[in-house]
Design a protein around this ligand. Structure first.
Ligand code: KG4
Ligand code: ZN
Length: 367
């Protein structure tokens, strides 16, 4: 039995977890900073790192609570060392080093995206007991990354394609901002889209044929133009001849509210635009995944990262992928430390160890 303590502070979640044998969650504590960043419409790195400093010890204590003698029972300490925000990563890394040193236990440095993939190894229901089989195709869709990765074995990755501009999560966050929905965008767009008709507006899809790459900047710009048109139409409906000048000039960016958000649109238009946007992003993610799964003859498809929590994506992927599909439980799709511990177990089993003079790598590539 191997028990791993993991820490994760790469972005705006302070997290600690204990996982047994890479698959069984003993504890999993996540402190989200979403309320702090909400008023700025996005993550403020300085606030994030300061908050990690305040939260890391209570979060760690809560994660270790099930153990009687943590220093004896824990076999290794794992931590995310990149990619992510430098100031945030540093907090987790230094605490992990201190724990490893104090307990004389090995330190394991883990890549954040590899950790997202390993959320698929965590057992959360009966159906999860059989681990994923290789080769599998992984669609990694987070706030900062969108990649199709062929996983041939533990620790063996081939990047098949990636986004050429915005990440899928970033596109959802920007769409939420354009629609005046706030932050964090993904869940808010999904929620608004539930009341919407995706067919009312047609948004473009970037297929980038003959590649496994993605692009989401076109759909985002098209959404922005449509939202602008709708704002002007709604303003002229309300004000008649006295259209406010900032709303009246075509092509002009509408004035931002104090919270840094665009003014809201009417409920139904917002819902329809959110649904059309979600449909366009899901359509591309699903079709390109299905295509790559066929080309590489994979045994399974795995989703990973915050956007994999999206219900519409999960539903559509399950319908269209023709090999078994795995999707982590929604709370394990977004940032957490259990996934870091899961990934770390396989490094530990291979005899890998990290040095105590390890540094953070904000732009660390997976392959
Ligand atoms: O993996 P994650 O928690 O953090 C990063 O490593 O980036 O992903 C966060 C991203 C955010 O952009 C967020 O808007 C998106 O995942 N997200 C969603 C949903 N839940 C989170 N996007 C679409 N639908 C969701 N339900
Ligand atoms: Zn993440």
């Amino acid at each position: 039995m191997t028990l791993i303590l993991a820490l994760e502070t790469s972005c705006d979640e302070t997290a600690a977890a204990l996982v047994r044998d890479g698959r069984h969650i003993v504890s999993n504590v996540v402190a989200s900073q979403v309320d702090l960043h909400q008023r700025y419409g996005g993550i403020v790195p300085e606030i994030a790192s300061r908050e990690h400093v305040l939260k890391i010890v209570p979060v760690l204590e809560e994660a270790l609570a099930p153990l009687e003698d943590a220093g004896e029972e824990v076999d290794a300490v794992a931590v995310t060392y990149g990619p992510g925000l430098a100031g945030s990563l540093l907090v987790g890394l230094n605490v992990a080093k201190a724990m490893a040193l104090a307990w004389s236990k090995p330190l394991l440095a883990i890549h954040h995206l590899e950790a997202h993939l390993y959320a698929n190894w965590l057992i959360t229901g009966e159906e999860g007991a059989v681990p994923p089989r290789f080769p599998c195709l992984c669609l990694v869709i987070s706030g900062g990354h969108t990649s199709l990765v062929l996983m041939e074995d533990h620790g063996r990755y081939r990047q098949l394609g990636q986004t050429l501009d915005d990440a899928a999560g970033e596109a959802f966050d920007k769409a939420a901002r354009i629609l005046g929905l706030g932050f964090p965008g993904g869940p808010l767009v999904e929620q608004a889209a539930r009341q919407g008709q995706p067919q009312r507006y047609r948004l473009p899809r970037a297929w980038l044929h003959q590649t496994h790459d993605f692009s989401f900047s076109g759909v985002k710009t098209a959404l922005y133009r449509l939202a602008q048109e709708q704002r002007r139409a709604e303003a002229s409906l309300h004000y008649g001849e006295k259209v406010p000048p900032e709303e009246a000039r075509p092509g002009e960016v509408p004035r931002l509210s104090r919270a840094g958000e665009f003014p809201p649109l009417s409920g139904q238009v917002t819902a329809d635009l959110a649904a059309a946007f979600q449909e366009a992003v899901v359509d591309v993610l699903v079709r390109k995944t299905v295509q790559a799964a066929g080309i590489y003859g994979v045994l399974e498809v795995l989703l990973a990262g915050g956007v994999a929590a999206n219900g519409r994506l999960r539903e559509e992927m399950a319908l269209r992928v023709n090999v078994p599909l795995r999707v982590p439980r929604p709370d394990l799709c977004t940032d957490n430390a259990a996934m870091v511990a899961a990934a770390a177990y396989y490094h530990f089993a291979r005899g890998e160890r990290s040095s105590l003079d390890l540094d953070v790598y904000p732009n660390l590539p997976l392959v």
